[in-house]
Design a protein around this ligand. Structure first.
Ligand code: FMN
Length: 360
């Protein structure tokens, strides 16, 4: 660890040691607060004494209190050495140097705001984008025994999702029984045939792959949680409008959680498949008893994943300028209903089932 400069030592003594006590050994100490890890200079032997390090650290929250309690315990050489080592680590990591007690908070705020490297961690962004770009829908999977911990890792990601009012109105049922998978898959195949009979014109895929998906998770939503969002609950017209929005909040919440699960599965290397063709009432009625799902909950979608039977392909995505405006909506991005209908007629089947390179 680089030694403190003479100027720093002198400055510290002037402020904190009445009359100056030149004999104390100095070190840079690790200082953790909500802005990150910092270093603080001071005499190690003084650590943890009331009115010294502890009181200086107190305002900065739990992490600092933890640190302060370690400082209080820093009476044995081993603990002191550990703290010195941590200070060295912080130094090596190139963390910020703080000023001294009085200016510490301002320094921390000021430096955090100026530390552009902290908010420009492009290596982390690149790692995330590799997963985001690499998440691709695949509708047929190779046989594979998904380890139990992979299901847990995937749903651990789902658990951390944001949700309106932090209501977390979701539940996930992992299906491992091949007979139940087969039955769920059959419901989708029925739906596929039903749609064909209805002549919807929607390019419904082959749902046979659900039956053999190595990973199958049924996503449930508890719509009663709309009550947790801003609603009046008085049956008025205004309440109806608020409920409409509350339902959107709930759906966004479950989608955020489900997306986290999909990204986690993609991060593990699996191909994924998000299926909502399960929303219709009759499918709900068939599936819920198979899984013991209470009547009050809704089966909102199904997540399948596993090693792809054939390589996944990247589908066409709108370019950034088409989905992004600065300050005001870019009128060039607006579409009429006629244009949307034309897109459905000429493009939808291509963007759904072709590689992005094969879109005219
Ligand atoms: C909300 C939502 C609903 C979807 N529903 C279905 C579905 O019912 N059946 C299906 O085969 N794929 C479904 N998908 C998958 C989409 O078709 C797929 O995400 C889209 O074609 C883009 O491909 P990509 O996932 O490879 O980017 C759904 C995806 C989302 C996000």
């Amino acid at each position: 660890m680089p030694p403190l400069s003479r100027a720093h030592q002198g400055q510290w003594r002037k402020r904190h040691v009445p009359g100056g006590t030149p004999a104390l050994p100095f070190a840079k100490r690790l200082w953790v607060n909500s802005f990150g890890i910092h270093e603080k200079a001071g005499p190690v032997v003084n650590a943890g004494r009331r009115g010294s390090g502890r009181s200086m650290l107190r305002p900065y929250g739990i992490l600092v209190r933890q640190y302060a309690s370690e400082m209080t315990a820093a009476r044995t050489p081993a603990v002191l050495q550990r703290l010195r080592n941590r200070a060295c680590d912080a130094w090596r990591l190139g963390k910020r140097k703080l000023g001294f007690a009085g200016e510490a908070k301002e320094c921390a705020v000021g430096e955090a705001a100026l530390d552009t490297t902290r908010f420009n961690q492009t290596d982390r962004y690149a790692a995330l984008m590799e997963i985001v770009r690499g998440r691709m829908t695949n509708r047929a999977f190779a046989a594979y025994d998904v380890p139990r911990e992979h299901f847990e890792m995937i749903l651990e990601a789902a658990r951390h999702a944001p949700s309106g009012a932090n209501a977390q109105p979701w539940h996930y049922v992992v299906v491992t029984d091949p007979a139940v998978k087969e039955a769920i898959g059959e419901c989708f195949v029925d739906e596929q045939q039903h749609r064909a009979r209805l002549r919807m014109g929607f390019p419904t895929p082959n749902y046979g792959g659900v039956k053999t998906a190595p990973g199958l998770i049924v996503v449930l939503a508890d719509f009663r949680f709309v009550r947790a969002f801003p609603v009046l609950n008085d049956g008025s017209e205004l309440d109806r409008l608020y409920h409409q929005n509350a339902e959107r909040i709930l759906l966004q919440s479950v989608a955020a959680s489900t997306m986290s699960a999909h990204l986690a599965a993609a991060a593990l290397g699996y191909a994924v498949w998000w299926i909502t063709a399960i929303g219709q009432e009759d499918i709900q009625r068939q599936i819920k008893p198979m899984l013991g799902v209470p009547e009050e909950l809704s089966v909102i979608d199904v997540m399948c994943f596993g090693p792809p039977a054939k390589p996944s392909y990247k589908r066409w995505k709108k370019p950034l300028e088409q989905i992004m405006s600065w300050d005001r909506f870019n009128p060039e991005c607006a579409a009429t209903v006629e244009q949307i209908d034309e897109w459905i007629k000429s493009m939808r089947h291509k963007v759904m089932y072709r590689d992005e390179s094969k879109i005219d």
